[in-house]
Design a protein around this ligand. Structure first.
Ligand SMILES: *Cc1c(COP(=O)(O)O)cnc(C)c1O
Length: 328
């Protein structure tokens, strides 16, 4: 694997902790459970976007750009971390945010503002539909914007998760554990594509299980194929020779319930169980839903007692404060 030739701007604290979930494992009495704490990745209350942004901001700086432009939902963790990354990299940040301006700014949205990002409200367009157009208008005004794609999920962003797979491989061998499964939330696909390629690159044998968070497709290409295409692109960038096949992209698409960001009983149960047994906060949109998927697999007897299952905590806890009504 060749990662060293890509520009990188250090933004986080690595490696993130890898912890055993003793009480949660005992509670289900099946496989032993572990957690990779990317919620502790350091940039602006943490999360998986720190990893992608190190490579994206690295590229932006190497191109002499003066601003970052990205998009997301009102409670986007990606927007919050991009706003903070722009601040440390001495760049301006423009966010194209779905919805309309609320009366009270809370959770991630409040933090976007504290980090000094400029926010534009885009109604239905929360997934970056207007990014190129907006960047072009900045360029014609003499600025040098760098477009960070929705979720930070292009091949450059996904390099962060190729590196994450290397990081995990080292931690696992220090701990003397060989993971059999990795379970994580999958939404814009960069996390999954990077982990697929990185895992092949380090020769890890674990099964990767993405829990899909969104219900709707974004564009004509189904999510699964987009992740496959992205993984192939990443593999070529880092010179991983293995051919990436459709069966490498394991996705559970049955968990989206009433849709993106709609909290149901399964998410509430997962958040409260992990909080009360482990003292760890999940988030209502991504990790709560992904943990609910893992819990259902545990209950359905999917794992064997000798399995070692790693849940990748991708962050998101600032959104908790914007979901008070749904979580109480
Ligand atoms: C963005 C995000 C994800 C999903 O990662 P993708 O690379 O977009 O699939 C998962 N969890 C949290 C908390 C996120 O913010």
């Amino acid at each position: 694997m060749r990662l060293d030739r890509f520009s990188q701007r250090s933004l986080g604290f690595w490696p993130t902790p890898l912890v055993a979930l003793e009480r949660l494992s005992d509670h289900f009495g099946s496989a032993r459970l572990y957690m990779k704490r990317d919620d502790q990745s350091g940039l602006a209350l943490g999360g998986n976007k720190s990893r992608k942004l190190e490579y994206l901001v690295g590229e932006a700086l190497s191109q002499g750009c003066d601003s970052l432009v990205t998009a997301g939902a009102m409670q986007s963790n990606h927007c919050r971390q991009t706003a903070a990354a722009a601040a440390v990299a001495r760049m301006e940040c423009h966010l194209l945010v779905g919805g309309t301006a609320p009366e009270v700014w809370e959770g991630n949205l409040l933090l976007d503002r504290i980090f000094g990002a400029r926010i534009q409200w885009r109604g239905e367009h929360r997934r970056g539909e207007d990014l190129e157009h907006f960047a072009a208008s900045l360029r014609s005004g003499g600025h040098r914007p760098y477009v960070v794609p929705y979720g930070g999920s292009n091949a450059v962003g996904a390099l962060g998760f190729v590196r994450a797979a290397e990081e995990l491989s080292l931690q696992a061998s220090n701990l003397g554990v060989e993971f059999t499964h990795l379970v994580f939330a999958s939404s814009s696909g960069g996390t999954q594509a990077g982990l697929v390629v990185g895992s092949l690159g380090v020769g890890a044998r674990h099964e990767l299980i993405g829990i899909r968070i969104d219900k709707e497709e974004c564009g004509p290409v189904p999510f699964r194929s987009r992740v496959l295409d992205l993984a192939r692109e990443v593999a070529e960038l880092v010179a991983v020779e293995d051919r990436i096949e459709a069966e490498h992209i394991r996705l559970d698409e049955s968990r989206a319930g009433a849709g993106y960001g709609v909290v149901g009983d399964a998410e509430r149960e997962a958040i409260s169980l992990v909080a009360r047994l482990e003292g760890i906060l999940l988030d209502p949109v991504y990790t709560g839903r992904a943990m609910a998927g893992l819990i259902e697999m545990l209950r359905a007897g999917y794992f064997r007692p000798q399995d070692r299952v790693l849940f990748w905590h991708t962050g998101g806890s600032p959104a908790i404060f914007a979901y008070a009504a749904e979580l109480t």
